[in-house]
Design a protein around this ligand. Structure first.
Ligand code: COA
Length: 386
């Protein structure tokens, strides 16, 4: 099997970036990645752009052409991919498959979203297009509402508490203090989460990921190119993707994201690793309940046990498994189409041992987990130093 590595990373600060537009964000992240790889834009053979809803957020479609032109990519094939919040993860996977196919030696994955140019209600409506229009969005179900149903059922079936969910937000905010790219770099307490505005019972404001602008990019290369370019290539040990029905009511068990289960099983098979070999994972915590479901569905604890697993401190930095050392979507920010790529940037930073105060000790592999919608799509990658 051919090997593919990440040889360059770049990202913008995440947050409410009123002074930068959509194209400037993509240009900044992409240029940083090209520079980090020690390449020029002429060395890149293909581009995959992940963005969920640039049309509704900034009235810009045709983003493959837009960024290939802006980045000076010499008219290479440039393709936009969309899988809701998993668009970034899919872009990495497509770049990976492009290299495996032999069509490209070097490929760029770029994720961009600019969400704050519209009002909160417009953003909420745009996000809801990632749920079923016929069965969910049309009836007024927003994403906080859909994840609130998952949370209620998890609480009912397994005795999970709102405080256990709040602990995810507390930990992720704590980790984000050490991340210069993060939207929120302030510590919060369980009482703050519990006392924050109710968004959709039991999900409160501080259980939610925010509305975020930002972009992230990674450059992938085949083995020969990677070894020429860098002494520290970060290898893609596994790249997998799963799907499920789009609406919650059609699922056998709303608390299990079977797309994640499928993608994780495949990733462990590809990498010949087991959950106990992973000491650092970036999971898709768009809401705190999503972090609990992810830990169970990825195989890091038993179904129904995530609340207790978190309460026992297992997910803190350098504990049993470091979960969302970057601050996660919750505190680092969630610029939808860029989030999956920002997770890969964190994985590479950790494996290069460049994460400073949030560095996870002695890691060989990092897993990233990127979900579209309530689990209609899931992408899992495992990165490693060999
Ligand atoms: N976490 C932490 N702080 C947050 C926050 C969040 N998610 N969202 C907003 N804040 C802070 C703001 O910085 C602001 O702080 P300040 O008063 O110190 O400046 C304050 O809370 C109010 O911010 P505001 O922008 O008025 O919040 P809002 O009511 O417009 O939006 C949510 C809050 C939770 C409704 C919004 O962030 C949201 O919809 N999140 C979910 C996004 C989503 O569904 N993504 C897709 C997932 S699948």
């Amino acid at each position: 099997m051919k090997k593919v590595a990440i040889v360059g990373i770049g990202m913008t600060k995440l947050g409410n970036l009123w002074d930068k537009d959509f194209s400037q964000l993509g240009l900044e992240a992409g240029s940083k990645a090209v520079f980090d790889a020690g390449l020029t834009s002429k060395d890149i053979n293909s581009l995959y752009v992940g963005t969920m809803s640039s049309g509704l957020f900034v009235e810009q479609e045709h983003t493959g052409s837009l960024f290939s032109g802006m980045l000076g990519l010499n008219n290479v094939p440039a393709t936009r991919v969309e899988g809701a919040c998993a668009s970034g993860g899919i872009a990495i996977r497509q770049a990976y498959l492009d290299i495996l196919s032999g069509k490209s030696n070097v490929s760029m994955a770029l994720g961009v979203e600019k969400m704050t140019d519209v009002s909160l209600s417009q953003a909420t409506k745009a996000l809801a297009t990632a749920s079923s229009q016929n069965f969910e969005a049309w009836f007024g179900a927003t994403f906080p509402a859909l994840y609130a149903m998952i949370a209620r059922l998890h609480m009912h079936k397994y005795g999970t508490t709102e405080e256990q969910m709040a602990l995810c937000a507390v930990k992720n905010h704590k980790n984000a203090i050490h991340n210069e790219y993060a939207q929120f770099r302030k510590e919060i307490k369980v009482e703050d989460v519990m006392g924050s505005t109710m968004v959709s019972d039991p999900i409160k404001l501080l259980d939610c990921s925010p509305i975020t602008d930002g972009a992230a990019s990674v450059i992938l290369a085949d083995e020969e190119s990677a070894k020429k370019l860098t002494d520290t290539p970060i290898w893609i040990n596994a790249s997998s993707q799963g799907s499920d029905v789009i609406s919650l009511h059609e699922r056998q068990d709303m608390t299990t994201l079977s797309a994640t289960v499928k993608a994780a099983k495949d990733a462990f098979l590809q990498s010949k690793l087991k959950p106990k070999d992973i000491k650092c994972v970036e999971v898709h915590d768009c809401f705190t309940i999503a972090e609990l479901c992810a830990l169970e569905d990825l195989g890091f604890c038993k179904k129904g046990d995530a609340g207790r697993f978190i309460e026992d401190g297992n997910t803190h930095l350098n504990a049993e498994i470091s979960v969302n050392a970057s601050g996660g979507l919750k505190a680092k920010g969630h610029p939808i189409g860029a989030s999956g790529i920002a997770q890969a940037v964190e994985a590479v930073t950790q494996l290069r041992q460049e994460a400073k105060h949030r560095q996870v000790d002695d890691i060989k592999h990092v897993m990233t987990h990127n979900v579209g919608g309530t689990g209609g799509t899931a992408v899992v990658h495992i990165f490693g130093r060999d």
